[in-house]
Design a protein around this ligand. Structure first.
Ligand SMILES: C[S@@+](CC[C@H](N)C(=O)[O-])C[C@H]1O[C@@H](n2cnc3c(N)ncnc32)[C@H](O)[C@@H]1O
Length: 249
């Protein structure tokens, strides 16, 4: 594994893009509107993954920049938005000068930083005064059907799911922003449903990154736990939620 990619995101980049790449679009859409991203806005997406938000910002006429420590993610993001300036780096050290961007975002990424407080300070540093920093993350587990499946897998392994971290509950992101000296201007809860057309896709998505042996053992656990989420006509819909916050620097 690459030293700059200790979480293994490169290894799952293509599968992430295929199965999960667009599920956060409702949160991305809310942030685009609330942060007033438009023609000429200089926008940086931190932990940009396979580049879906960069593509949305680009479609609005913004000038997109991305950063991610996983080479596999960076190359997918480049392929998706060839004109974007995308760099291989973590949130903790952003390779841009102070006050360079109008809007800096992180979707489902801040929790992977070694220290989210330091990462947020760095996101603030590169944002112009009057610009916006926006963060969107999974809401508390109780609002996410995915949690039911992950709890079933953990129980089958004689383990328990870790408790929700501080970024997930209502008010968590707002507190983080205010503690960083930012002024919260809007926030919300948005549904981010995830759909799987069949058992095979369900298992690959929920057990993203598992090897063949892991899929064979845990796949049936996932399928059994997902039965409440089956839909007419086949397949599954997991109803999940993200919280998002937009704050002014
Ligand atoms: C769950 S994916 C989300 C990707 C994308 N933001 C999205 O919404 O689809 C998490 C991303 O965070 C990236 N990441 C991991 N550690 C990070 C860090 N220290 N700073 C910034 N991004 C990081 C991973 O490489 C991965 O692309």
């Amino acid at each position: 594994m690459d030293a700059a990619d200790q979480n293994g995101w490169s290894a799952v980049a293509a599968e992430w893009a295929e199965l999960w790449g667009s599920f956060a679009d409702p949160a991305r859409q809310a942030v685009l509107v609330e942060a007033r991203v438009g023609s000429g806005s200089r926008v940086l997406d931190v932990g940009c993954g396979s580049g879906e938000f960069l593509a949305m910002a680009h479609a609005l006429g913004a000038v997109p920049f991305g950063v991610d420590p996983a080479p596999g993610m960076v190359s997918l993001a480049h392929a998706s938005v060839p004109s974007a300036d995308i760099r291989l780096r973590g949130a903790e050290h952003l390779p841009w000068p102070d006050a360079f961007f109008d809007v800096v975002t992180a979707f489902n990424a801040l929790q992977f930083a070694d220290d989210p407080v330091i990462a947020l300070a760095e996101m603030s540093r590169v944002t112009a005064v009057g610009g916006c920093v926006a963060v969107a993350n999974w809401a508390e587990g109780a609002l996410n059907d995915l949690n039911v499946l992950e709890a079933a897998v953990a129980a089958a392994d004689d383990e328990e799911l870790l408790p929700d971290g501080p970024l997930r509950p209502a008010g968590g992101l707002e507190t983080l922003m205010r503690d960083a000296g930012l002024q919260v201007i809007s926030s919300g809860l948005v549904e981010v449903p995830w759909k799987a057309p069949d058992d095979e896709t369900l298992v690959r998505g929920v057990l993203l990154g598992e090897d063949a042996a892991g899929l064979a053992v845990r796949g049936p656990v996932v399928v059994e736990a997902a039965q409440p989420f089956r839909v007419d006509g086949g397949g599954y819909i997991l109803r999940n939620a993200f919280r998002w916050v937009v704050a002014r620097v």
